[in-house]
Design a protein around this ligand. Structure first.
Ligand code: AMP
Ligand code: MG
Length: 407
């Protein structure tokens, strides 16, 4: 058995970032930028009012209360065509350009309209620059907004839109095919014949791929037949950036995925010192155009399939999409194991499915979701975290445990 870190090093070394593409901002959410992005313009592009109120000369409102003549109204989007003369004010809306002569803006709450709005009574004085947004006080033209490698979150989209970027260079979403194998599997919804079970892994993995930011590609359910598996894998390599298979990679007589990949691809077969998900295969499958397509051979047991996806495939796929460092993994939190997470020593790190909630103490508190067998998907579905329980006697009640958040 090899430590998890060694297995992760194998996949992370082999899965390099995909070639960058340019995408419209509307499609960039969740992607990672592939070049440094600078401000194309100043924001704000012109001096404007931060409030609804009256643009004034500071000297005219130095002593309050005072009354001024209102010479017009400037709406957001209108040109600043009405200058502020001495003894006058101009009604101005938030975001409207500051008119010539104006030094500050009195907010409407500090005023009272008189004579049907022809005059205004000002009850609070403002100095030069009050409630005025200066040119470039958010962003200066030319400044570095985001270095290459930034994850595009909604705020990033907003800033890029504010300076006029319409499309940006990003690492593309990986198109990842998911394939399940097993003669026992059915997916047509009909009654189960003796020995049959319903396919679940592929449906689950397609969801996990979508949640990881990939484009999931359904490669279907393939019989335990070497020709069929080979055909499916070769076809997938032509259209996908990576392939995830479930089942057929352990020591059984009908583990045909193993037999086929052994022939087709440059594979590493691993027994990883973790529970669940000990068997794992990874390799590169050559495509016609010379690309080497990563293949993740996940175990068939549904819980193992999901856990090895989380610990091994997901980080590698995220790296292909430009994520680096901690961002390839789930967010990790040191949580309190309220009831403890007992186990026996067996040379493996256990990844226990847990449910967590933030307590009044601001800490995450976790409890096991129950049955932890590698076929017991129901308790896994109730989990919002994977707790890392090192080899030994487990985590004592109330002690800390590292949790990967599955959210
Ligand atoms: P295998 O790795 O192919 O030996 O499968 C291990 C266990 O997982 C067996 O009990 C299979 O029936 C089950 N299994 C394999 N693939 C799937 C799948 N796609 N959906 C549900 N169960 C599966
Ligand atoms: Mg099988």
């Amino acid at each position: 058995m090899i430590p998890l870190e060694q297995a992760r090093a194998v996949v992370l070394d082999a899965c390099r970032p995909l070639d960058p593409v340019s995408v419209p901002l509307t499609e960039a959410l969740g992607c990672v930028t592939a070049a440094a992005l600078r401000a194309l313009e100043d924001v704000p592009p012109f001096e404007n009012s931060a409030v609804d109120g009256y643009a004034v000369r500071a000297a005219d409102v130095a002593r309050v209360p005072t009354e001024l003549a209102v010479s017009g109204t400037i709406a957001a989007g209108a040109p600043p065509s009405i200058p502020v003369e001495a003894g006058h004010a101009v009604r101005i809306m938030t975001g409207a350009p500051l008119p010539p002569g104006a030094e500050g803006v009195v907010m409407v709450e500090d005023t009272e309209p008189l004579d049907d709005g022809r005059r205004v009574r000002v009850t609070r004085s403002v100095g030069a620059g009050d409630a005025v947004r200066r040119v470039g006080d958010d962003v200066h033209v030319g400044m570095l907004l985001f270095p290459s490698g930034t994850e595009v979150r909604p705020g990033v989209l907003g800033v890029l839109a504010s300076v006029g970027h319409l499309s940006i260079p990003v690492f593309p979403r990986a198109r990842v095919g998911a394939l399940s194998t097993g003669d026992e599997l059915v997916e047509d919804g009909g009654p189960l014949a003796p020995g049959q079970i319903r396919e679940s892994n592929r449906t689950m993995l397609l969801g996990a791929l979508a949640q990881a930011g990939c484009v999931p590609v359904d490669l279907g359910l393939v019989r335990d037949d070497e020709g069929a598996v080979e055909h499916a894998l070769r076809r997938a390599a032509e259209t996908c950036d990576a392939i995830v298979t479930s089942g057929g990679v352990s020591m059984g007589d009908f583990d045909v995925v193993k037999a086929v990949l052994q022939r087709l691809a440059d594979m590493s077969w691993m027994q990883i010192a973790i529970k669940p998900a000990k068997p794992f295969a990874f390799g590169l499958l050559g495509a016609g155009d010379g690309r080497a397509v990563p293949v993740f051979g996940l175990p068939g047991n549904p819980v193992s399939s999901l856990v090895s996806f989380e610990l091994l495939a997901r980080p590698a796929l995220r790296q292909m999409m430009g994520h680096t460092g901690e961002a390839v993994d789930r967010t990790k939190v040191l949580a309190i194991a309220d009831d403890g997470l007992p186990r026996r020593p067996d040379g493996k790190v256990h990844w226990t499915r847990v449910n967590g909630h933030f307590g009044g103490d601001g800490r995450l508190h976790v409890r096991s979701t129950g049955a932890q067998g590698s076929h017991q998907l129901a308790s896994t579905a109730a989990a919002n975290g994977l707790a890392r329980v090192p080899d030994g006697d487990g985590i004592a009640p109330g002690a800390d445990v590292l949790v990967w958040l599955l959210v």
